[in-house]
Design a protein around this ligand. Structure first.
Ligand SMILES: O=C(O)CCC(=O)C(=O)O
Ligand SMILES: [Fe+2]
Length: 308
């Protein structure tokens, strides 16, 4: 089948390359999560409470067949089309609530563009997210997602908007199969989306934890996306600290200084920890499938017909 392949972001070693402290992206750099592999950016309050409520309503109002359930766990929706078995996007038009009002896709693009403007005239396109698929995940308290990679079918620059409730995202790494590693409990990744990593053992203890508050945007890029895994532990409550965890129930978060939440900052300073029960969290993940089935207008129109 005819497919269009765009240049991959790997060509220049990743979309956001940072050389030492002199980053070409100072605005984005401000939101960079420290002490995690390159690169994660956490942007608090990316949307307003009204926009959050509106997006939640639009997701909830979607026709029933739009929802897929993963086993007996979380529910999913795909917007912009689904992926074929061989990693090609079968495109459908994105809905107005993602493109027109609120203009989330444009806002992410401007944010990345503004952040990378200046030196990168003409290179903006390569650094754009250019989302053509949006994945909706809905988690009840106690539901999560096991360690996985989103895989090579997507540009290694994804943005996730959190709605409704906080959660904690864990970053895992693969264990080296050549270098001797210290005795360590390992777990096998769930069937990977990248065949090259199928069956590789992963470290049972996450490398880092990120607290994602409602309305925040998380951007994962470069090697954090291409050579690590991400997961959400199936907890009903999170206890977070900014330094040293005291028990298995607690996690140390790497983005404490980026949260912009005075209440949490007080708790972390005064008690050393902040805890909260999880509510229902809906996440929207914006990503760019590298290969798209050609036939543009025709397949898009077909997609639109299928949705009516
Ligand atoms: O809900 C999230 O923040 C992550 C979702 C995710 O990693 C996925 O669906 O691939
Ligand atoms: Fe993922």
């Amino acid at each position: 089948m005819p497919i269009s392949t765009e240049p991959t972001a790997h060509d220049d070693g990743g979309i956001f390359q940072h050389s030492g402290s002199s980053s070409a992206f100072p605005a984005l750099e401000h939101f960079r999560v420290q002490n995690v592999p390159p690169a994660a950016y956490y942007v608090p309050d990316f949307i307003t409470e009204e926009e959050e409520a509106y997006l939640l309503r639009k997701v909830e109002e979607s026709p029933q067949p739009k929802w897929k359930r993963v086993g007996s766990g979380r529910r999913l929706q795909y917007w912009g089309g689904t992926m074929s078995k061989n990693g090609v996007l079968l495109p459908e038009p994105l809905p107005d609530f993602l493109t027109a009002f609120p203009d989330i896709i444009q806002r992410i693009e401007s944010f990345l563009g503004a952040a990378s403007s200046g030196k990168s005239e003409g290179k903006g396109k390569e650094r754009a997210l250019d989302a053509n698929q949006v994945l909706v995940n809905e988690y009840e308290p106690g539901q999560g997602i096991s360690p996985h990679e989103d895989g090579p079918a997507f540009r290694p620059l994804v943005a996730t908007l959190s709605l409704g409730s906080h959660t904690v995202l864990d970053i895992h790494h693969y264990l080296s199969t050549t270098a001797p590693s210290p005795p360590m409990v390992t777990s096998m990744p769930s069937p990977s989306d990248d065949p090259a990593n199928e069956g590789r053992p992963i470290a049972a203890i996450p490398l880092a934890h990120l607290l994602l508050l409602p309305r925040s945007l998380l951007i994962l890029s470069s090697s954090l996306y291409t050579s690590h895994l991400h997961a959400i532990a199936p907890r009903t409550k999170d206890i977070v600290r900014s330094k040293e965890a005291n028990s298995d129930d607690e996690v140390v978060i790497s983005n404490a200084d980026l949260l912009c939440d005075a209440f949490i900052a007080d708790r972390l300073r005064e008690n050393g920890s902040w805890e909260k029960e999880r509510g229902v969290r809906t996440s929207l993940t914006f990503r760019h499938a590298e290969k798209v089935l050609k036939g543009g207008a025709f397949s898009m129109a077909l997609g639109a017909l299928r949705r009516t």
